[in-house]
Design a protein. Structure first.
Length: 278
């Protein structure tokens, strides 16, 4: 005679015997071909929230930590708001008249008065250095520790630690930070998190919203002390779903920086995170 377990007991035993849940990491070898066609080396990590799957090209590199460069502006803006360094995203800090740029080429948007919002849009380095100085090293370290950002090491100067100091963060850690920002789960005020979500929007269309930030680290690449590193991180809201992403690539030539965004968007579109041709 066969004895059958009641359905409720079978399900209970199944749950108790199941191993701890961990979202799957799915390698995409074809993505490396896309990187190669673009003439760059790097990684892309994408978390598909609804499917609970991590899509990746070069998983080892996705777990390797690098200077965050200007992707740190997302965190810096939160600190600026909750420390009172600026009262809101519209408060203007006057330009000091010093001409600044990238690779000795002036950036027009940097060389004028800026706000938290314009400084995020144009990645104005001097503005975010100033708000970091206003927040101060003690408060910055407290926020870094409370949020568990990267390796938590801000040595190297209060206005340079994310540019050429000791702070390091991986693509995987970037996505963890972004997910908490998107869900209001960081140890900052809801107001600060809402403002930073709003000023991080780079594209808003009927079909999707893209929150994103680029970063460019000098002499920060993986395999060469002379090569720069480029970041592109953020998340997409599309068709009632969210995809969080973090890309970093080596930049042996200044022109390679322009490849970050189109390459990431191409691969995000392949996953369905972005509409084709967006």
């Amino acid at each position: 005679m066969v004895h059958r377990l009641p359905p409720w007991l079978f399900l209970a035993l199944l749950v108790l015997s199941a191993p701890g849940h961990a979202a799957a990491w799915r390698e995409h070898p074809s993505w490396q071909s896309s990187f190669a066609q673009a003439g760059v080396k790097g990684t892309l990590l994408v978390y598909d929230e609804k499917a609970d799957v991590w899509h990746v090209s070069d998983a080892a590199r996705a777990r390797q930590a690098f200077l965050p460069a200007s992707t740190f502006k997302l965190f810096n803006a939160l600190v600026a708001l909750d420390s009172g360094a600026v009262k809101d995203e519209f408060e203007v800090i006057r330009w000091d008249g010093k001409v600044r740029g990238l690779k000795d080429a002036p950036v027009v948007e940097w060389n004028r008065d800026n706000s938290l919002a314009s400084g995020m849009r144009y990645s104005t380095v001097w503005f975010y250095q100033e708000v970091a100085r206003r927040a101060g090293e003690r408060r910055m370290q407290q926020w870094i520790d409370r949020a568990g950002y990267g390796n938590r090491d801000i040595s190297g100067g209060i206005d340079t630690f994310w540019l050429r100091g000791a702070l390091r963060i991986s693509a995987e850690q970037q996505i963890d930070f972004l997910r908490r920002l998107a869900d209001d789960r960081l140890p900052f005020s809801p107001r600060a998190q809402e403002i930073v979500r709003r000023i991080s929007i780079t594209e808003s269309a009927p079909a999707y919203v893209l929150h994103a930030k680029t970063g460019w680290g000098t002499h920060a690449a993986q395999n060469s002390a002379n090569d720069d590193l480029g970041w592109y991180v953020g998340w997409v809201e599309h068709a009632g779903r969210r995809w969080f992403f973090a890309m970093n690539i080596d930049l042996p030539a200044p022109g390679d920086a322009a490849k970050r965004v189109p390459l990431a968007k191409q691969l995000l579109a392949q996953l369905g995170a972005l509409p084709q041709g967006s």
